[in-house]
Design a protein around this ligand. Structure first.
Ligand code: FES
Length: 357
């Protein structure tokens, strides 16, 4: 069930000129439902000009703080981010879905791990949650953050990061990179490239001693840094990422176009959700399972409808589907028959998908 809860905004403030941080008040009876792991996100819903709009935002607070906070950066022309940044006020109610998402790993109090984080702009939000959780709960672990922003003024959570660096002196290293402001040390000017990565992997990063790497930012940055680290000897299994998608690759465009031509009319789809079954027949108006099911009256969870957030994830129990775009599920999840229903085009005459995953 796509269950939303009406939550009160306890606080909202401007972290930078174009980013607001929203704190939700979670009533006692919902605290269990809203329990989360660092790296997870909340899906928010609001009717804006008569349109049901949903967006997912990573929690920037850590579970240990017992606070539920998200940071929302204003996107030019973005309906939801404009609403949050310009209209939402403390005391308002807003519809919020319980936390979801797989980004992040469990904290292990006895672990002595060395975590690396690469973030760009608002990609800091899940990363901040993880840094706080691992430093607090794992006294023998260390964190290194490589963080790209346009200017010094636009660095989101700079003050909180500096406080963390002081609190966990020697266990948290932070390196800021600026793309639209020049500083004396050339290494810290501009985006990650071969020159910078070579210096980082020769001086600041000890590849054999790295336990996990988390990347959050634009697809180009995430792919580039991942590939560089793998090339430098890091195991692919240790790399975890969350993307901002800014454009589709040639391959994605071709696959999405091919699947859009697929004839889905007449395909029988059965949805299992909340232990109940809902069956309908695909028509040619919608090629993906999520839109077709919503149109047929199902109440299913979704947010981005762009293959990025994984809110619409389900498991294929019978039949086959192909995804147009997948920026959310990793290879392991795909091998477990998980698919993003907003991108899933049925390719067999009968398909059964289970949302209770
Ligand atoms: S709704 Fe976000 S991936 Fe499907």
């Amino acid at each position: 069930m796509a269950e939303f809860y009406s939550l009160k905004v306890a606080d909202i403030y401007k972290e930078t000129e174009d980013t607001s941080v929203v704190t939700f008040d979670i009533p006692q009876d919902l605290q269990n439902t809203f329990k989360f792991r660092q790296g997870q996100h909340l899906t928010l819903k609001e009717e804006i000009n008569g349109e049901d709009i949903r967006r997912s935002y990573s929690l920037c607070s850590s579970p240990i703080e017992n606070q539920w906070k998200v940071a929302v950066k204003q996107i030019p022309g973005g309906k939801f981010s404009t609403y949050i940044n310009q209209k939402l006020q403390a005391g308002n109610q807003i519809e919020v879905m319980a936390p979801t998402g797989n980004f992040g790993v469990e904290v292990q109090p006895k672990a002595s791990k060395n975590y690396l984080f690469f973030a760009a702009g608002s990609g800091i939000t899940p990363v901040l949650s993880m840094i706080k959780a691992h430093l607090k709960a794992e006294p023998n672990s260390t964190c290194k953050l490589f963080y790209v922003n346009k200017t010094a003024k636009s660095i989101i959570f700079k003050e909180e990061l500096e406080q963390l660096r002081n609190t966990y002196f020697g266990r948290l290293e932070i390196y800021y990179f600026l793309t639209k402001e020049r500083r004396d040390i050339e290494l810290f000017n501009g985006r990650f490239d071969d020159v910078k990565m070579k210096v980082l992997t020769n001086t600041f990063i000890d590849i054999p001693d790295t336990s996990e790497v988390f990347l959050c930012g634009p697809e180009a940055m995430v792919n580039y840094v991942s590939e560089y680290l793998i090339g430098a000897g890091l195991s692919k299994d240790l790399i975890h990422y969350e993307l901002f998608v800014t454009g589709l690759s040639e391959e994605d465009i071709k696959r999405a176009e091919r699947l859009a031509q697929q004839n889905v009319e007449g395909i029988e789809v059965t949805i299992v959700d909340g232990g109940k079954e809902f069956a309908f027949t695909m028509t040619k108006e919608y090629d993906n399972i999520l839109d077709a099911a919503l149109n047929a009256g199902a109440d299913l969870p979704f947010a981005c409808k762009g293959g990025v957030c994984s809110t619409c994830k389900c498991e294929v129990k019978e039949g086959e589907v192909e995804m147009k775009i997948n920026y959310a599920l990793d290879d392991k999840e795909v091998s477990q028959n998980l698919v993003l229903s907003c991108q899933a085009v049925p390719t067999t005459e009968k398909v059964v998908v289970d949302f209770d995953v």
